[in-house]
Design a protein around this ligand. Structure first.
Ligand code: EPZ
Length: 419
C-alpha cells in the first residue's frame, strides 16, 4: 500500500486548478441507466471511485469509457439488474444505481452498502421513499430486492432528516414515474442541483432544485445529454486549508465560491484572507497566529461535514480553543488520534472535538481512515516540523485528483512512497 511523505515547513505559494466534483460525478453518472441514449459527462476527475462506478456499469451492460476528463456512457440495453456486494461494499455511491435501474427496468437487486469508518450510514430513507413510489422492497441475504413491474407512480415523500443520497435516489427514480412526485425536506447540496440540471437537459420536469421541496413530473423517456460537472467544493476547501495552515498564499482556479460560502466565512474568521472573484479564490494565511472558531457541521448550506477534518487540523495551531461539532455522522473523528500523534491537543466529548491550539505540530507516522481524514493529515504535515508519513492513501486516491502534483507545484515537499 502506498504512503505519502510530507516534509513540513514550506508555505504553499502559487495556483491550484480545482477538479470536477467527485461526489457530483458519482451522483450524475447513473443517469446513463435511465436512457438508452448516449450520455457524455465532462470535468470528471480521474479518481478511483469514478473507475469503480464504470466497472459496475459494465456489469449492467453499459458501454462505458473514460478519457481526459470525459466519460461516455450508453446503456442501449440493460443486460443485468444486479449490483453485486464486491463493488457496492467498496464504494457506497454504487447504491445510486438502485433508483434508475428500478425506474427503467421495473426491478433491481442491489447489495446493501453496509456501514463504514464514519458511521452506520443506513439506507432506510432511500427504501422508504421508493416504497412511496410503489416499489415492493425486500431484503434478502444482504441485498435489496426492489420490484415495480408496472413502473413507479409519483407520490409525496417527506424525508425524516436531510439526506443527500436518498434525495439523489428518489430524484432519479421519480423522473420516469407516472405523475407527480414531491420530495419534502430534500437535500439542497450543489450535487443534487447539478444532478437535477443534468436530468432537466435530458427532458425531465423538475422544479425546486436548491430548495427543500423538489417537484418532479414524470416523463415517458429521457434523451441523450452532454453535461459538465461542477467544480469540487470539498477539494477547493481542502486546498484552502492547506494554504492557510502552511502559512501560504494560493489562488484556487476554476472554483465556485458560491458553493462554499459558509466554509469561507469560517476560514475568514480564523484570520485567513479570502479574496473571491467569479471563478477564483485567493487564500492568504494570516501574518500571526490563526484564531480559534466554533463550528457545527450541517446539511447545505451549513458547514459541510466533508470539510470538518481539515478544519480540525487547522485549529490545532490556533491561538486558543476551538470546538468543532459533527452534526451529520456519528463517528467522524477518526483523524483525531492521528493528529494527537503529531502533537495536537484535542479532547473528543460526544459529538464535539475540543481543540486546544498548540505552538507547533511535529511530523509522525499516521494512518488515514477515510478520504477527508487523509487530506487533513497531509495538511497538518505541511506545517509540522520534520517528516509526516501518511499510510493507507488509497482512501485519498478515491477522491483527490493529482494531489501530490498540485501541492508540489505550490512548493510543497511531498512524495509518494510506492509499496
Ligand atoms: C453524501 O453521503 C456524500 N457521499 C458524503 O461524502 C457526505 O459526507 C454526505 O453526503 C453529507 O454531505 C457522496 O456524495 C458519495 P447522507 P450520503 O445521506 O449521501 C443519515 C465524502 O467524504 N441517513 O446525506 O451517504 C446518515 O447516516 C463522503 O466524500 C439515514 O439515517 O449522506 C447520515 O447520518 C463521505 N438514512 C445523514 O443521514 C438514510 O437512508 C446524512 O447522510 C440516509 C442517510
Amino acid at each position: 500500500m502506498d504512503k505519502i511523505k510530507v516534509t513540513g515547513g514550506t508555505p504553499l505559494k502559487g495556483q491550484i486548478r480545482v477538479s470536477g466534483s467527485k461526489n457530483t460525478a458519482l451522483a450524475i453518472m447513473p443517469v446513463c441507466l435511465l436512457t438508452d441514449q448516449p450520455v457524455e459527462l465532462s470535468n470528471i476527475p480521474n479518481v478511483s471511485d469514478v473507475h469503480t462506478l464504470n466497472t459496475l456499469f459494465q456489469q449492467h451492460g453499459v458501454d462505458a469509457s473514460f478519457k481526459e476528463g470525459v466519460v461516455h456512457l450508453q446503456a442501449s440495453e440493460i443486460t443485468n439488474t444486479t449490483a453485486p456486494y464486491d463493488i457496492v461494499s467498496k464504494m457506497r455511491a454504487s447504491f445510486w444505481v438502485l433508483g434508475p435501474l428500478l425506474a427503467r427496468m421495473g426491478e433491481a437487486k442491489v447489495s446493501l452498502p453496509g456501514g463504514d469508518a464514519i458511521g452506520a450510514r443506513p439506507v432506510n430513507f432511500h427504501l422508504k421513499g421508493l416504497e412511496v413510489l410503489g416499489a415492493d422492497i425486500e431484503l434478502e441475504s444482504g441485498y435489496v430486492i426492489a420490484k415495480a413491474p408496472n413502473g413507479l407512480t409519483g407520490g409525496r415523500i417527506t424525508m425524516p432528516h436531510v439526506s443527500v443520497g436518498a434525495t439523489i435516489t428518489l430524484l432519479m427514480a421519480a423522473t420516469l414515474a407516472k405523475g407527480e412526485t414531491v420530495i419534502v425536506n430534500a437535500a439542497r447540496e450543489p450535487d443534487v442541483c447539478d444532478l437535477g440540471e443534468c436530468l432537466i437537459k435530458m427532458g425531465a420536469k423538475i422544479e425546486g432544485l436548491g430548495t427543500n421541496i423538489i417537484r418532479i413530473q414524470g416523463v415517458e423517456s429521457l434523451s441523450s445529454v452532454s453535461h459538465r460537472i461542477i467544480p469540487d467544493r470539498i477539494e477547493a476547501g481542502s486546498y484552502a486549508v492547506a494554504a492557510a495552515i502552511s502559512g501560504g498564499d494560493v489562488e484556487l482556479l476554476d472554483a465556485d465560491c458560491t458553493h462554499i460560502e459558509t466554509f469561507l466565512n469560517f476560514l475568514r474568521a480564523t484570520g485567513t484572507a479570502v479574496d473571491k472573484s467569479s471563478d477564483r479564490i485567493r487564500i492568504t494565511a494570516p501574518d500571526g497566529r490563526l484564531q480559534p472558531v466554533d463550528i457545527t457541521t450541517e446539511a447545505y448550506p451549513g458547514y459541510p461535514t466533508d470539510l470538518q477534518a481539515q478544519m480540525v487540523a487547522l485549529m490545532t495551531l490556533a491561538e486558543g480553543t476551538s470546538t468543532i461539532t459533527e452534526g451529520i455522522f456519528e463517528n467522524r473523528f477518526m483523524h483525531v488520534p492521528e493528529l494527537r500523534r503529531m502533537g495536537a491537543k484535542i479532547d473528543v466529548q460526544g459529538k464535539s472535538a475540543i481543540i486546544h491550539g498548540v505552538d507547533e505540530l511535529v511530523g509522525a507516522e499516521v494512518m488515514s481512515t477515510d478520504l477527508r481524514a487523509s487530506v487533513c493529515l497531509i495538511s497538518a504535515g505541511l506545517k509540522a516540523k520534520g517528516d509526516t508519513v501518511v499510510s493507507r492513501v488509497y482512501h485519498l486516491d478515491r477522491g483527490f485528483e493529482n494531489l501530490e502534483e498540485k501541492l508540489k507545484a505550490c512548493g510543497a515537499q511531498i512524495e509518494r512512497l510506492k509499496s
